[in-house]
Design a protein around this ligand. Structure first.
Ligand code: X8Z
Ligand code: ZN
Length: 604
């Protein structure tokens, strides 16, 4: 969980902190200068956040009716505090403020992902709905033949990744998606309440509020995101075309027709968002390069702690500190069998200081390994900006937060994996390069349209363009348009397929990931330059390079204290997000795909 998410979750509440309430009631006191107000809010909010984090972490790692209730209460208290603080901040509107105070007040207003209406009853309802939906997702199970047959997300994810049986995949897909049906009503109510909260804060709707968090006018941000998508769309189109053709070899042309979207259950992932699990079906040059990290992890009996230590070692090799002892004592690294937990991986900043944790149901697979490195990216961001005031404890923007660990993932080259004993020796060749690029593209390129469309759907829902009567239709329309994937069986408005994706019930904004998938290549390029890397970008690993680590740490330490454009410029020399780093990175693969796709009917 990034701070925004934490703060959102956090900002879903109001506290037993009597002192805070009293001080809060001094709103309008002529003696409190803007600086004093900001200083007070930074202090109080960190206290409120501590309480919410405790409730939210306990809930996520121990889902039951009592923790659901306590989490909702904590959310409610946090939201109460937030609403009051924003109200008080209005006293300083129109004043000539120094830039630090002005930025803090600006960020304060954007500090939650779901603001509540001022009406306490509505606020409590919003908190209860958020807490309920989060728990429904975490505890969801598909039970085809009674309680003994139940499968949760972990088992179903594994089927999606490993099975090549069309019917079995279909059942896992349909089963998981059926668990989201009961969320539909709650989600519609949640949207109405959070929108009301956003409007009371002066935003057109909740989507406009989310888009205001990028140090530029919200409409400019919409255009920026569209521009970036246009830059990468040809790469995605080429990958889609090639993969569809290969899937025809496995499942037949009648099941994967030419010129049509790919059925969403055949891509190795429940949401068809990352496709690396089907690498064996699409491997360009068979047997040229052993990339089977999963087998090595199993063979070498890697457990969750060792996987996490491996990730920690990478950061330490860049000059980052070792993780605090409490990280090891308080994180949840494996799925407990005796209770429901939220298995979607997340990172937590509990106390605005050094109590950092992750929560992940780690399995010995390459995917989980990469995700641990991803989560530690959040954790090290928290540790690096812990001395910033609370309101500046965040990513330069939320895409930065998501991009740290993924930037490290890009340094997990075959040479690095060999160095840590997870694959055999690497012999460089053109064929090996294409294989390696294919494997990475199945995650990094395949993800882009998915990363873009989730919030496009929500923006339409929040603006009212999509109403509850057409939630599912609009969802599949976007999935077809952007991803070129289709629902494998007929859907109706009885279904609520968006709810089968964690970030919808958890109300975590998603454009952050789309931005991260562009930015991480810009970061990687800059760090490789700092490390003095010569040669193609895809061969660079900054593992063990302190000079790169130093540059990285400087960026992280700034947190959200300045506009992200300034932070980006210090690391990369440019003030704009730009897809040229990702297209350059994949240039060899793109040329290869274009050759392969000649004569194919691409598109859908
Ligand atoms: O949610 C995540 C992380 C936690 S911040 C595991 N990711 C997105 C997803 O799983 O949908 C990382 C990639 C995209
Ligand atoms: Zn993340």
């Amino acid at each position: 969980m990034t701070r925004l998410a934490i703060r959102c979750a956090l900002l879903l509440s109001a506290a037993a902190c009597v002192g805070c309430a009293e001080r809060a009631d001094t709103r309008g006191e002529p003696h409190e200068t803007a600086d004093a107000f900001v200083e007070r809010v930074n202090r109080e909010m960190a206290e409120q956040a501590r309480e919410l984090a405790a409730a939210a972490f306990t809930y996520a790692t121990y889902i039951n009716p009592d923790t659901e209730f306590l989490n909702a209460k904590a959310n409610d208290r946090y939201l109460e505090y937030f609403t009051r603080a924003v109200e008080q901040a209005k006293a300083y509107e129109g004043e000539q403020l120094d830039p630090t105070a002005a930025r803090a007040l600006h960020l304060l207003k954007l500090g939650v992902a779901a603001p509540a209406p001022k009406d306490p009853q509505k606020r409590a309802q919003l908190s209860a709905l958020s807490s309920k939906m989060e728990g429904m997702y975490g505890a969801a199970k598909y039970c085809p033949e009674g309680p003994e047959s139940c499968k949760g997300q972990t088992e179903l994810t594994q089927i999606m990744a490993e099975s090549r049986n069309f019917e079995e995949l279909l059942e896992a897909w349909t089963g998981w998606h059926s668990t989201a049906r009961p969320m539909r009503e709650d989600y519609a109510q949640f949207v109405a309440l959070a929108n009301e909260g956003a409007r009371e804060l002066g935003f057109a709707d909740l989507g406009a509020m989310w888009r205001s968090n990028y140090d530029m006018p919200p409409d400019d941000f919409t255009k920026e995101a569209a521009r970036l998508w246009d830059q990468v769309q040809p790469l995605y189109g080429a990958l889609h075309c090639y993969v569809r053709d290969k899937l025809q070899d496995t499942y037949g042309e009648n099941r994967v027709p030419n010129g049509k979207p790919i059925p969403a259950h055949l891509l190795g992932n429940m949401w068809a968002q990352q496709w690396a699990e089907i690498y064996p079906l699409v491997e360009p040059y068979k047997g040229v390069l052993d990339l089977d990290v999963t087998s090595a992890l199993k063979r070498q009996k890697y457990d969750a702690v060792r996987i996490t230590q491996s990730a920690e070692s990478f950061y330490v090799s860049l000059g980052f500190p070792k993780l605090p002892q409490t990280f090891w004592e308080r994180s949840l690294l494996t799925e407990p069998k005796d209770r429901d937990v939220q298995c979607h991986a997340s990172a937590w900043h509990m106390d605005a200081n050094e109590d950092v944790r992750i929560k992940q149901c780690i399995e010995p697979t390459q995917d989980e390994l990469m995700t641990v490195y991803h989560e530690l990216g959040h954790v090290y961001y928290y540790l690096m900006y812990k001395d910033q005031p609370y309101l500046f404890q965040g990513g330069a923007h939320d895409g930065f937060h998501e991009a740290i660990g993924d930037t490290v993932n890009l340094s997990m080259t075959p040479s690095y994996l060999h160095q840590i004993g997870l694959i055999g020796p690497v012999k460089q060749s053109y064929e090996a390069t294409i294989n390696q690029q294919m494997k990475i593209a199945l995650d990094k390129i395949a993800f882009l349209p998915f990363g873009k469309l989730i919030d496009e759907w929500r923006w339409k829902v929040f603006s009212g363009e999509v109403t509850p009567e057409s939630y599912n239709t609009a969802w599949w329309q976007l999935r077809e348009q952007y991803q070129g994937v289709s629902a494998p069986v007929a859907r109706s408005e009885e279904d609520f397929d968006p709810g089968a994706k964690y970030h919808i019930p958890a109300n975590t904004p998603y454009t952050r990931y789309f931005l991260s998938y562009i930015l991480q290549f810009q970061f990687h390029r800059a760090l490789c330059e700092a490390a003095g890397h010569q040669g193609p970008l895809h061969e660079c690993s900054v593992y063990g390079n302190e000079a790169a680590g130093q540059r990285f740490r400087e960026m992280l330490a700034a947190g959200q204290s300045e506009p992200w454009q300034d932070t980006l410029e210090k690391l990369t020399g440019t003030r704009t997000m730009d897809a040229s780093a990702i297209t350059d990175y994949f240039a060899p693969l793109m040329t290869w795909l274009e050759e392969q796709n000649q004569g194919r009917q691409c598109g859908w």
